[in-house]
Design a protein around this ligand. Structure first.
Ligand SMILES: [Fe+2]
Length: 376
């Protein structure tokens, strides 16, 4: 069998890409990369290594995603993972290497912090996630722990799509349109308002395009993620009561993001920042829209989850004793979320509890016959 596979393993292209512009002036450390494409049957693998005059990495490979929209997208989702106390890391490394995921969404707050010790903490973090990030799209958004030097460590370490320094962007995978935002542009106003305004205007355009009938027909799910939650019921944090992203800038109320979720029919919104897991009922402006059927069957509003308990040196966060009416499930255990967009109508979420050695403690199916703006 091994011999047969060896015979069928065909090297299709071998492309030596001689030099990549590092984006800064450094005569002695120009990074380079080498990529080749290989095929086993109809599955294409890209094999690569990267390096410079300081040395080269070992070879890594990743599988290109299938064409079209009709395949199951499987994602690992979490935020707030540091170098220390990263409880979920070994689970994620293991699952990624076994091929359980097509994409990772790291919803802000890395390393604690990447700029620390002349950015050596950031270097160590990148080595830590290498077993995941070398073989999968490791998609990110900035959190408050990335704010130093105007998010420069974040922007230079992660190359996300688009031309906005990895701060906000979108991408399509299977039946899902993923949108990544910086909630931090609402909080670190010392860096100026321009990025906040740019992001808001870009987001309106991006969601409007994703929501056209043709695009919604082709790729019906819209999943948006950003770092600080619009809703949470933790006992130790004021961010969810500040509500800058939900209701707009203080006093002015401008650039509020929650109305865009309604206007463009965003299906699922993912946050982190709180070191815990929380799922809401379908929710808009503090009110629950559970409808008359099962709550998540054709829900009347977006569903929110907060998943910031991957593990960091700040430990987990507790909750207020009595959950608000919109809170459906919550846990302060370490863990991460799995998402599977099965097809045009069915999307599955589950929460893995690593304190309970990988047990799934929460799960739900969001079922939608139609994806459209909410009638609220
Ligand atoms: Fe945070």
């Amino acid at each position: 069998m091994k011999l047969l596979l060896f015979v069928l393993f065909i090297k299709v292209i071998s492309a030596d890409i001689p030099r990549v512009d590092p984006g800064y002036d450094c005569a002695y450390c120009q990074p380079e990369q080498y990529i080749e494409s290989q095929k086993i049957f109809f599955i294409e693998f890209l094999v690569y290594h990267v390096g410079s005059t300081y040395g080269w990495s070992e070879k890594f490979s990743f599988k290109t995603p299938p064409n079209g929209e009709n395949w199951i997208v499987r994602a690992a989702i979490y935020g707030d993972m540091g170098n220390k106390n990263a409880h979920s890391l070994s689970y994620l490394q293991d699952e990624a290497q076994r091929g359980h995921f097509d994409v990772v969404l790291h919803v802000g707050d890395f390393a604690y912090d990447m700029d620390t010790d002349d950015a050596r903490v950031g270097d160590e973090f990148m080595r830590q996630i290498q077993p995941l990030a070398a073989g999968l799209p490791y998609m990110t958004c900035p959190g408050n722990h990335e704010s130093k030097y105007n998010f420069s460590n974040y922007r230079n370490r992660f190359s996300m799509p688009g031309s906005h320094g990895s701060l906000f962007y979108s991408f399509d995978l299977g039946p899902v349109h993923f949108v990544s935002l910086s909630t931090e542009v609402y909080y670190f106003l010392q860096y100026g308002l321009k990025m906040l305004v740019n992001q808001y205007e870009w987001l309106r355009r991006d969601l409007a395009a994703a929501n056209t009938p043709e695009n919604r027909e082709k790729r019906p799910w819209i999943v948006l993620y950003g770092h600080r939650p619009m809703y949470c019921s933790n006992s130790d944090d004021i961010d969810c009561s500040v509500e800058y992203t939900r209701k707009g800038l203080p006093f002015l109320g401008m650039y509020s993001l929650e109305p865009l979720l309604r206007e463009f029919g965003v299906d699922l919104v993912v946050w982190a920042h709180e070191h815990s897991y929380e799922r809401t009922w379908p929710l808009y402006d503090g009110r629950v829209y559970n409808g008359t059927e099962e709550p998540y069957r054709n829900p009347g509003a977006p569903v929110h989850i907060v998943t910031g308990s991957a593990g960091c040196q700040e430990d987990t966060n507790k909750f207020i004793p009595h959950p608000p009416a919109w809170s459906a499930f919550r846990s302060s255990d370490y863990g991460y979320t799995r998402l599977a967009a099965h097809n045009r109508t069915h999307l599955y979420l589950e929460q893995v509890d690593v304190d309970l050695k990988g047990q799934v403690i929460d799960s739900l199916w969001i079922v939608k016959d139609k994806h459209a703006p909410y009638e609220i």
